[in-house]
Design a protein around this ligand. Structure first.
Ligand SMILES: [Zn+2]
Length: 196
């Protein structure tokens, strides 16, 4: 499945336009091939460091994998700086597990952590209340969200509890969820516990 056209677009950082591939190559050559899509140069996206962009990119890739598996396309990643502790994706369908949201899956796969205070959680879609509560419970201080246009509402809950919330408004994340909601409204309603 091709969700996004593989077209390299510029990332604007402090008014300097750099080709994405060149930018990625300087830091993470392994991820260069998947750096398309993290673009848009919105004011929000300018807040993202290159590390943020790469990690969010990988969360998006997890979401695409989930889509291809027939599941809810929501991906997540837990990182300590440049170090990826684990990535995960919503596995409601794949595992028959309603609690396996993308964020929960990433946290589970990261295993036991002595502390979360130096970590950032990335998620392709704004976290639900279950995942937001877990973020607060675990003391995760920073969350980078791919988009909150298709689902959101818990950002203030997080901010009021001291969590830094960054919303990327990423076009790729938005388009993927729009397609999923359009094609599988029943599955989406099930995941967010709403009646159709
Ligand atoms: Zn959730």
């Amino acid at each position: 499945m091709v969700v996004q056209p593989v077209v390299l677009q510029p990332v604007v950082l402090q008014s300097v336009v750099l080709p994405v591939a060149a930018t990625c190559t300087t830091v993470f050559t392994k991820i260069t091939a998947t750096c398309h899509g993290m673009n848009g140069a919105t004011p929000e996206s300018l807040m993202l460091s290159q590390t943020d962009q790469f990690h969010l990119r990988r969360a998006y890739d997890e979401a695409v994998t989930g889509f291809d598996e027939g599941g809810c396309p929501i991906g997540s990643l837990l990182a300590r700086g440049d170090v990826v502790l684990a990535s995960g994706r919503n596995r409601r369908v794949q595992q028959g597990d309603p609690i396996a949201h993308g964020e929960m899956d990433a946290l589970r796969r990261a295993g036991r952590q002595t502390t979360y205070r130096d970590t950032t959680l990335y998620t392709s879609l704004s976290p639900c209340m279950m995942c937001s509560g877990t973020i607060v419970q675990f003391g995760i201080p920073r969350v980078v969200i791919g988009e909150n246009q298709n689902f959101g509402g818990n950002e203030d809950f997080l901010r009021k509890r001291g969590v830094e919330v960054v919303i990327a408004n990423d076009p790729g994340c938005i388009a993927l969820m729009e397609r999923f909601i359009r094609e599988k409204p029943e599955l989406w309603a099930e995941d967010i516990a709403q009646e159709l």
